[in-house]
Design a protein around this ligand. Sequence first.
Ligand SMILES: NC(=O)c1ccc[n+]([C@@H]2O[C@H](COP(=O)([O-])OP(=O)(O)OC[C@H]3O[C@@H](n4cnc5c(N)ncnc54)[C@H](OP(=O)(O)O)[C@@H]3O)[C@@H](O)[C@H]2O)c1
Length: 320
Amino acid sequence: MTDVLILSGTGWLSGRIARRWLDAGATVTCLARGERPAPDGAEFVRGDRDDPAAYTALTRRDWDHVVDISSQASQVGAAVGALGERAARWTYVSSLSVYSDDETVGADESAPRHPSARPGDEYEYGAQKAAAEDAVGTLGDRALIVRPGLIVGEGDPSDRFGYWAAAFARAGAEPVLSPPLEGKSAQVIDVDDLAEFIVAATVSGPVNAIGDVQRFDEVLREIRTAAGHTGEIVVAEEDWLVAHGVQHWAGPRSLPLWLPPGMTGFMTRSNSAYRDGGGRPRPLTDTIRTVVADERARGVDRDRRAGLTRAEELTLLADR
Ligand SMILES: NC(=O)c1ccc[n+]([C@@H]2O[C@H](COP(=O)([O-])OP(=O)(O)OC[C@H]3O[C@@H](n4cnc5c(N)ncnc54)[C@H](OP(=O)(O)O)[C@@H]3O)[C@@H](O)[C@H]2O)c1
């Protein structure tokens, strides 16, 4: 039986990876602090990875596969040091945020990365991921370094992609505010496709784990249809949105997935290595159907981590 260790296993993505492996008949052990439960059927080992002793109980056995998702290079380095010799295969979940160039369209895994963080550096996500990749890279052909782009799907805690489902659903026959869409792209990966890839892949080295490049206007049109919106889409200009304090990409008072100028390469990356390695992104329509249902179930008017509140959106629309 395949013996899998997941360094985490109780989070959004990592919980789904654990679940997928359990469904495939593997024995799964999850190491986390215990803020959330591990999936039923997994063995749970409590530990704080900021404490080097966290790995002690796990070094007494061999592992067919270790998965790590941490974005703290020191944690990843300590895990490789403690468990690297015990692992036949190691998958590290990095991010497309390791890349320093966000302008080149269609860039592959050879694109330049941010400099790796050094101990004591101020925390910077891309630099931490780069340093973590370096540590995992010492395992050579045993290591798969997965670089996901925007992960979307049921239960997404970031609230970015789902904002559009909620915005169209809550508006009904009333207008929705949109950023400029002309020439803009969207590129995402379904959380379940990503979990499936991590469980099934046999390739090594860095892989951009991301779906195909889509036109942003077509993606929004599909979400709008799935959410049953019949009102107008009011497209505001870049300068007008900025002048009205609307943020790009994510967070409060934002229009999620709207990118600042100069980021033409951000959602247009090559996914050839992912596809060649067996990655099979499901049709975006299927993901959208799931996300719309999930947003309705969670409440389209709930407090969100990303997007405009309906009150903010209506105030902006009244100013047009
Ligand atoms: N969302 C995106 O669009 C996106 C894009 C690119 C890459 N990514 C990457 O995808 C991954 C997302 O993973 P996820 O959804 O599972 O994350 P998550 O929901 O934030 O879960 C974090 C996991 O790590 C554990 N953990 C946190 N601090 C710990 C500590 N000090 N010691 C031991 N365990 C600790 C948590 O459990 P406890 O809290 O109980 O300890 C939990 O199991 C990350 O690597 C992220 O960088 C995300």
